[in-house]
Every structure is written in structure tokens, then in C-alpha cells.
Design a binder for this molecule. Sequence first.
Ligand code: ARG
Length: 578
Amino acid sequence: MIELIKTIEKEIQAILNKLNIESDVKVVEGSRPELGQYQYNGAMSLAKKFGYTPSELAGKICEKLNMLDIVESATIAGVGFVNINFTKAAIIKQVGKTFDEIKTLGEPKNKTIVMDYCGANVAKTLHVGHLRSSDIGEAIKRLTRKMGYNVIADVHFGDWGRQMGMIIAEIQERQPELVFFNENYEGEYPTISPVTSKDLEEIYPTANIKAKENEEFLNKCRRATYELQNGRRGYYALWELFVGESLKPVMQALDYLNVKFDLYEGESSVNNMIKPMVNKLTSENIAHESNGAIVIDVAEPDDKIEVPPFIVLKSDGAAMYSTTDLATILSREQRFNPSEIWYVVDNRQSLHFLQLFRAARKAHFVGDDVQLKFFGFGTMNGKDGRPFKTRDGGVMSVLTLIDNVKESINKKLQENGAEDEQICDAITTATLKFADLSNNRETDFIFDVDKFSALEGKTGPYILYTTVRANSVISKADVDLRALKLAEIDNKAYMDVLLNIIKVPTVLERAFEQKAINLICDYLFTLSNSFNNFYSSTKIISEQDTEKRNAYLKVCELVSRINTELLDILAISVPAKM
Ligand code: ARG
């Protein structure tokens, strides 16, 4: 994307064409920046193929590149690497184009993508898996929007299925007198939930254990699930109330993490579509009965793993996770006509999504041109390398994790005599999110609060601190920032920052292609490092030479702008001071 690099690639291409050499030219960042800002590595393999010595071919390329006014030097290194350094003027000109290039990347694509992430469950702990899905999903959404796509984000709460019947049955056993259970009641139902979200965290596990041990209770749960799904008024009213109650802390956590959705829908939202869907699938022989359940065969001859049939309905007739997921695809297709549907879910569910996508295709719920994609992620582990657990071995809730991080950050702030609730919150969010996002999405990683809350290293606080620092310099400058101009200055630290700035469009493009938010984090770290290097080695505010002072302030402004914009993609906001 970087125009400067494209120009060089075109030049090399032209030289090769003249020599009748066919090849796709790629100029990459220099692996040893002290030798070359960028490099071309193709000469060696091409030379052999087309009867030149590598240095001969590399020499021809260097000779031509050295004639360009944007090139400071093109030199041969080793057996035939071409190292390229640009002139200061060329780099500065490229910096000027950077924001236009970002805008071009974001030209409207006229495509709608539905994104499904978070997936918090009613009456179950919001755990670190949901945290990862929320953080990664939110960042991918923001990046995708930046690239010009129309994205509809759906939280897809787990609010249906067997757990709901279990909760109803358990509440009924404890408080049978509640009007929700009176089948003859025709009046209005209460509007206040008889249970709190805290109660639910106990009610559901209790019911779950009971259902395993007690057949009679299990049957009650089944019946309650079935009746809820088939419109029993009292159950539905009760369900609405405890869902609302249970989601309160979830909404609180999402708010803290700056995660926002266009649709706060859940598995339950497709309930009315289930009967007609099952009827259609069975009458068209897409689904069939198997041991009382309704299934779609989704195995394919080339499968390397066993792909079991996709269960549309359980033998007791109740809708389950897979049922609502299938119906939700149909619903999304009908409502939004998307070109793609993306799921950001734990890698451990990859088989479910493989089955689901095949089932949806077999059922023709989406056109062949609609892409269904699963973006999995690894596990966030504790310092012991095992999935996060509370002290008593339970599942660690996101709110508890937030509290723990907050506590440790507050302590640090106290030690420095800088206690401030807002700053503490900003650093907490940045710590958690950057830790989550700076790792390769696919791999497991260890979340160590001390490491990720440090002001040094590849951490959220470090990037925040750098941004606040850049902001603070420009706020002290008392000049019209937009009027400032960069200048050709013999200051390596300054030029290094500019060299990093021109890379933004490429970083965004790559991160988008691979849905690899960690590339943005890596870049923020590199840019921030180069900025801090510049900051500590250069007088800025006190610089007497106006041309230099203005150029330095401009760099601060550019870094501030880029950091803020990229942090916004990560859904991390920058505090006014730190
Ligand atoms: N509620 C699910 C869970 O906690 C995640 C939902 C993911 N999205 C989906 N459409 N299945 O495991």
C-alpha cells in the first residue's frame, strides 16, 4: 500500500521485464534497518534461474534505483540482497500521504458483515473465554468498519436451551407460590425478578447437579424447557425477568471493556422460527430422525476427523445450542442479507462451527456466495499455565478479574501518590485488553497482572503513557498544530519515528487480512518505542530553531493521532493524564 514502496517495486519490475525475467516483486522492511530501511530479496533466486550471478543482477537493480531521486542509496549486501534507503524528502512526503492512504483503505465496500461475539450466558459466569471473544471481536469489528465494511455486531447471549428450564424448575421448587407458576392466572405478571443475578449463580449450578442425580427433577427441567419454548405465559414472564437480572453484571463488564453491540439479541430471538425450520428440513429430507432426535448428516468423504451429524432437535423436542445457531443463520440472512457472517469463539468450538456451516449450506439457508467464517482463539491461562480459576477452584468471572487488576493498579498508583479513580479505570481496561489482544489470537497465553500492567514493555499502560506524553508535549506548545510542517533534519531518532509512521496503512491491511489484531499491538509498541527514543534524545519545546521545533512538535502530533486512532480500534481509550 505504501506508495513509496510501490514505486520501488514498479522500478524493479521494469528492470526485470527488460531482462525478460518474470517475477512478482516484493520489497519488504529491512531485517537490519541500520543497513537498509527496506530490502529486495528476489535477486538471488531469479539470477540462478535466468543465468546471471546474484551480484550481477542485484548490481543492475541497484544501479537503476540509485538514479531515482527518492532513493538515498541502494546497495548490495551479502550474496545479492538489495538494501534500500530513502531520502529524507521522500520519507517526509510519504508521511504526508499516510492519512490519505488510510482513508483509501476505508473506502466503502458496500458489503454487510454480521459479527457474532461475546456470547455471554444467562445464569452462568461471564468467564475469560467471553472476555477474549468480546475483546477480539470488538477490535475486529472496529478494524473491519475502518476498512469500509458495514458491520452488524450481535452479542448472541446464551439465553435459551435446557439451562433455562432448569432455572425455572429450581425456582418453582423453592418458591412454588409465585404467580408465574399458576397456570390459571390470566393477569399481569410482576415486573421485578424474584431472583437476583447472584442468586442465579447459585441456582443454576445447584439445579444442574440435582438434574444429574434426580431423574424426576430432570424430567421437570425438560418439561419446563419444552413449555417455555412453546409459549407458556408464566414461564416466559419469569424467564424475561431473570434474564434481565442476570445480564446486568454482563452489561457492566462489557461497558467497562468498551464493547458495544448493534444487536443485544440471544439464542431465544429465533424461537418462532424453529418449528417451521424443522418442518421444512424434514419435509425436504435435509434432516432425518435418528434415535428420536432430528439430525443433518454433515460428514464428508475427505474428512480427516470424525464429523458427527448436526443435531437440529433433541429427542425431547427441545431446541438446543445447535438449533438456535442454525435458525440464527437463516434469520440473519433474511434480515440483513450479509455477504459474510463471522463468529469469534473459543477454538474448542471449532467442530460445532464446522458442523453448523455445513448444515446451513445443506439447508441452503445462505447463498453460495455468502461466507461463513469462524475465527477461533486460544485460552487465557493463569500464571500456573492452567485456565483461570478462583482461589476455591471455580471459574474466574470477568468482573472478579477486572477487580483484581484494578486493585493491583490502584496499589501502584498509591505508591506513586497518584491515586485517581478514572486513571485507574483507564489503565485497568488498557492492561486487560492489550494483554488479551497483543498475543496471537490462536495461541494460549499466560495472563500475568504484574507483567501486563507494567509501564515498560509491550503493555497497554506503556502505550497509554506514550500517548499521554505526546499529548502533553503538544498541549504545552501553544501553536497551531495543523500548520506545522515536517522538515529534513539530521536527527536519526526523529527520522526513525517518521519511518514507522509510514507503515500504518500496511499494518492495518495485514491485520485485517489475517484478523490479527496483535499486529496492531506490535506496531503500537514499535512506534511508541521510537517515539520515546526521540523524546528522550531530543529537545522539543525548548528547541530554539523554529523549523526544527515545529517539525518535532508535528511528530508528537502525528504519534498522538496514530496511537489514539489505533488504540480506538482496540477499544482502549486514552486518559487525559496519567
Ligand atoms: N454462549 C456460547 C458459550 O458461552 C458462545 C456463543 C457463541 N456464538 C454462537 N453463535 N454460537 O459457549
